[in-house]
Ligand binder design. Sequence first.
Ligand code: NAD
Length: 339
Amino acid sequence: MIQVGINGYGTIGKRVADAVRAQPDMEVVGVAKTRPNFESEQAVTKGFPLYAAVEERIDQFAEAGIDLAGEVEELVAESDVVVDTTPSGIGAENKSMYEEYDTPALYQGGEDADLVDVSFNARSNYEEAADADHVRVVSCNTTGLSRLVAPLDEEYGVEKVRATLVRRGGDPAQSGRGPINDTLPDPITVPSHHGPDVNTIFPDLDIDTVGMKVPATLTHTHSINIELGSDADTESVRELLENESRLFVIPERLGIDGSGKLKEFALDAGRPRGDVWENAIWGESITVQDGELYLFQAIHQESDVVPENVDAIRAVTGSADRDESMATTEAALDLGFDL
Ligand code: NAD
């Protein structure tokens, strides 16, 4: 069993902890948290050993009546792999601790690409993370773009990607980011950082992205235009995308007209926290015209990177190849919707 520690138990960390626990070949050693709050109490209720991330705040846990299993250094020492799910920039500060204990670490998309040996997306470059000590699971948007580009590039070749990313203003629980009532070109300059970030996975890909922020919390929405290299038609592209396990092509008959109904659908389907781990591509938006593909996809920012973190654990420990890992992750999470 691969022993996994999770440092940072917020939006991404708590989802990764549950996903790791569901795997047949992994165990959660524990989770680290800076301060007591509802998530700390939930971690204890779920039986995850809780470690203090900051020594000076240990007393706060005692005052809140929460028993600690130890300090974060002990968690790192006991783990075969640590998944760092702390806020952007904190992962970089933690790197020396992981090096000190010789524990491979996975970081999240908020960290810079040059912090790590490899930027990772399971479908696109799983093998590159073999034996790496520092791996970055790319951001929710870059994950969503990479999953889409990989099969299209293999099947048709991709000449050029243009993507407009309509980004949620904040996650549902991020009260500090709102309320907002605005539509922001973000950044106002072209391109946004997302295109170069996709190039950390596909170095030779010609991609331009522009970004906007809107007052929404449920998902990001991408408007995609891709020049395909060889003959393609709407039907064959749709079939290709439908055969990808981490792409969910939304059938027209479901009447899912936006992120609200998509999330409602996921909740009705019994998904934990209403998570949508797959790119959700509107089937009727898939259109190929003069060799150019157009589509809309929703990216559930809080959860699409979760299966990727699980696969990255197997990749760095060399415990499975790509297809085996992705299949194991998906079976354990029950990924894919029963229609
Ligand atoms: P979050 O704020 O929800 O959770 C971070 C957790 O880390 C919190 O529990 C916080 O208390 C804790 N923390 C803070 N400082 C710490 C420290 N020094 N040691 C240990 N824990 C500490 O953040 P998040 O949304 O889960 O984001 C985590 C990372 O994942 C970031 O790099 C972010 O860019 C990336 N990411 C976020 C999203 C998203 O939409 N939320 C999507 C993809 C990737």
